[in-house]
Design a protein around this ligand. Structure first.
Ligand code: ASN
Length: 601
């Protein structure tokens, strides 16, 4: 028995239809040939009662007839591409145009339907999936094998089904609706040139099916682990290509396809990702391209299945740095490569890492882009970078100094570079006013010190205890670090009396190595304190032989007197430090015999 249709006014959902071109909207000319005719699609559509409920008035929108099991009444409007395109003539610029139209209208509609030719529909759906970042509304791409206006057509079902999905289902994905199947956009491929089931997703079950009832496989819906604001990314890398391996492929052909300005290539190999591994000259070409930082992604030529390392002829590719495309379609691999290569904030290492992750559900993996997929430090940085919350600024200033500190502790300058790309300021100070450079100097991580200096970290910055990075290096006797700091302009800026105090304290404790670090950093070891006494006075008075030995060469005049008129010799004599008295005499004789202007090295 037919279901009763309620005619009362239901809640409405608005769908924006973007008519790009393709068979679905083509019209037959007088010869019976299918052609794209501009500005006729929408007018013609309204003549079909299944597409237009004339009894329902909605300003600027066309209303679909009411459907019994749909909670929302569907209202739609149509914008048409100029010119209308056969999808075989489309390229990245057209994907950008569609994506921009969706992005501009994102807030005004509940969903989007894109009417598109079937030939490259899977490419467009895959590209849109990556370009429409953090999508939170349905975008359904569809087309037809027979025009919507032909008496017998798959176009009307595809169109109406897409409108229902875009309006009545909360599926925040770019999808393809075709032949009664709802598919993930970045999993689809054209599988048949004649059938009404022209598109399919061979490596992923359908997200839903439209039979008598509409069944949605809600567990299959891709929901990202971050709740970020929608954004549009249009900066796709144009210099990406595809190479299909075939028996007897020549080196020249491969070389040509990999040459500059190519930045990324989808390599379509046999079966489970197998390559003619006995052709060393072909492998050399790939190797050379990888060294030039060309990213090569391996996908299978088969219509289903995935790349694995089951055979030596496949694993040879991963050994030379070719990335496994796993079970991605060639369309997904190609568009993902263009997307990833277009990301200026990711360096080569990160681009390669991201390629093997599932960004939109385009490949089967349990590795999702969340904390731990790269490593904890980078995971947190990435989450912070992507975060749109109001507290972002506060979180960044709390977390970034800690993350940079962790990278410095590991001595990992690559990680520091990654953090910088995610927005960390390497010159940031923590609540004690300390910088990453303080820590790197303290830990003696020379590579990090050099990296931070070249990143512009201030050299003479004082923490809240008035300590500079140079103090940290002195206190840990890191002489290489001290020299690197001095070479780049670091200065010991303590007042002379403070320095003299420190020299006294070091001398009293017999810290000769530290005295040398201090001297290397620019301290004058002959400085006198408030009482006119130098480190040598104290060393002689206390009988610290090693300190006297260390200090003496730097004293032009070891007989200099303090405010009480006492010289180091006087103190040594008064305290009966015979060995030191001998040492001083020896030094004095030596001084007399030498050029009085000679100073110790
Ligand atoms: N050549 C057409 C296109 O891709 C094929 C179709 O839509 N069925 O635009």
């Amino acid at each position: 028995m037919a279901e009763k249709i309620c005619t009362c006014r239901k809640k409405e959902a608005r769908v924006h239809v973007i008519f790009v071109g393709g068979t679905i909207g083509m019209i037959r000319n007088e010869n019976g040939d299918l052609v794209c005719v501009p500005n006729i699609f929408c007018k013609r559509l309204t003549e079909y009662p299944t597409c237009n409920d004339q009894s329902y008035k909605a300003e600027n929108f066309i209303a679909l007839p009411m459907l019994p099991d749909m909670p929302y009444r569907v209202l739609y409007d149509v914008v048409e591409f100029n010119p209308l395109l056969d999808s075989s003539c489309m390229g990245m610029g057209d994907w950008q145009k569609i994506a921009k139209e969706v992005a501009i209208k994102m807030c005004s509609y509940d969903g989007f339907v894109i009417l598109h030719g079937t030939d490259t529909l899977a490419y467009t759906a895959s590209a849109l999936a990556f370009m429409l970042e953090n999508l939170n509304k349905p975008v359904v791409v569809t087309g037809a094998q027979i025009s919507i206006f032909d008496p017998r057509s798959d176009g009307r079902d595809n169109f109406l089904g897409s409108l229902l999905i875009a309006s009545n289902f909360n599926i925040p994905e770019v999808m393809v609706f075709f032949g009664n199947k709802l598919l993930r956009g970045c999993r689809t491929t054209k599988v048949n040139a004649d059938s009404f089931h022209a598109l399919d997703s061979p490596n992923l079950p359908a997200l839903g099916k439209m039979n008598v009832k509409i069944e949605i496989n809600s567990r299959q819906i891709f929901r990202p682990c971050t709740v970020n604001k929608f954004s549009l990314f249009c900066n796709l890398e144009e210099n990406v290509g595809m190479i299909r391996i075939y028996p007897g492929i020549t080196v020249a052909t491969l070389k040509e396809s990999l040459k500059e300005p190519i930045k990324g290539v989808v390599l379509q190999t046999y079966g489970a990702g197998n390559f003619p591994a006995d052709r060393e000259e072909l492998l050399d070409e790939l190797r050379e391209a990888v060294l030039r930082e060309v990213i090569i992604v391996n996908v299978t030529q088969c219509s289903a299945g995935m790349v694995s390392s089951a055979y030596a002829s496949g694993s040879v590719l991963s050994e030379i740095g070719v990335i496994s495309g796993h079970d991605m379609t060639q369309e997904a691999a190609f568009t993902k490569l263009a997307y990833v290569l277009g990301k200026p904030e990711w360096d080569l290492v990160n681009k390669k890492k991201v390629l093997v992750l599932s960004l939109r559900g385009e490949l089967t993996t349990n590795k999702v882009p969340k904390i731990n997929d790269i490593d904890l430090i980078e995971g947190v940085a990435r989450t912070l970078h992507m975060s749109t919350s109001l507290e972002k600024e506060q979180m960044c200033s709390t977390f970034y100094p800690a993350l940079v500190a962790a990278a410095v502790t590991q001595g990992d300058t690559q990680k520091m570079a990654d953090l910088q790309q995610y927005g960390a300021d390497l010159c940031d100070r923590n609540e004690d006013g300390r910088t990453a450079l303080h820590l790197a100097c303290y830990l003696g991580k020379l590579n990090c010190v050099c990296y931070l200096i070249s990143a512009g970290c201030p050299l003479n910055v004082q923490d809240r205890f008035n300590r500079t990075p140079l103090h940290e290096a002195i206190d840990t006797d890191n002489h290489d670090v001290i020299l690197a700091l001095l070479k780049n302009g670091a200065k010991l800026c303590d007042p002379p009396l403070v320095q003299a105090e420190l020299l006294r304290a070091l001398t009293e404790r017999g810290k000769v190595k530290r005295l040398e670090s201090f001297r290397l950093a620019g301290a004058d070891v002959t400085l006198a304190d408030r009482t006119g006494r130098t480190a040598l006075h104290y060393a002689c008075q206390l009988g610290i032989h090693e300190a006297v030995e260390y200090l003496l060469p730097y004293y032009k005049n070891p007989l200099l007197k303090d405010e009480l008129g006492m010289s180091p010799m006087d103190y040594a004599k008064a305290a009966n430090h015979e060995h030191i008295v001998t040492l001083l005499r020896f030094k004095e004789n030596e001084r007399r015999n030498q050029d009085p202007c000679a100073c110790p090295k």
